[in-house]
Design a protein around this ligand. Sequence first.
Ligand code: GLU
Length: 310
Amino acid sequence: MEREMSKELLEDWLLHVKDIAEIGKVADYIPALASQDPRHLAVGIHRVSGQTVYAGKADHLFTLQSVSKVIALALALLDNGEERVFSHVGMEPSGDPFHSIVKLETSKPSKPLNPMINAGALAVTDLIQGNTPDEKVGRILSFIHDLTSDKTIHFNQQVAESEFQSAFLNRSLCYFMKQHGVINGEVEDVLDAYTKQCSIEMNIKQLARLGAVFANDGYDLETLRPIIPRNLARICKSFMVTCGMYDASGEFAIKIGIPAKSGVSGAIMCSVKHYGGIAVFGPALDEKGNSVAGLKLLEYITKQGDLSIY
Ligand code: GLU
């Protein structure tokens, strides 16, 4: 039985998870992320009906990081069609950490297992139409403006530069894939576009709304115009279920049970069909890279609303 989620209830849960957040660790392999304050917590729900409820630091901006992989996948599918995209990237969970290189060498033919791990996401960004990295990023941003009806959304230059300068592992993944013909663009160009894409900034309200469009099968929430064709929105949500929470996606399916995508900034975007978008933010992460406070909040929310899709 679904029960209403009030602001007071969300605020109450935020108080509960504050101490839990202390046990996590803010990502620091991207130097600009290391300065995030682990006490900055936020939660937002945007129902497909248009109803919204937010709690915590609802206007605080954070970068999407891997949450952007869902949007980039939707755009790459629109640009290229399923056949071309899935000739470059697979559909199976990897069971390995998001930046792992190991399966690239052992999979035959050598292509990333799915678009939610870094190798797959880099291959997807390479497929987005645009003659220059900035053109690709401009198209991703316009797509997000369209999805959120909000043209103020941009990327954080400082975070993008910080990642670009320290992305040695992602460079290695790109060189490996370039050798095997998985990516065609220049490695530095792919990284330039990818790091800017990951640095797109939003607050919890904007992220919950974005999740709601996927929950609404890709239709605009107000006009019901199809922004993402229904079958492509379905593909994106399926990847969120099978690979969205890194190598904790199985446990997440059991404990929480909704399509979700996590990013190392501490953001998680969820999309529950017919219900809406749920977004949580808390920068302290567990060892798999998921927001500690965010996971707990989602556990409370999904239990209260009886939202598991299983
Ligand atoms: N930009 C980050 C990276 O590629 C995203 C990782 C993540 O959020 O999982 O390392």
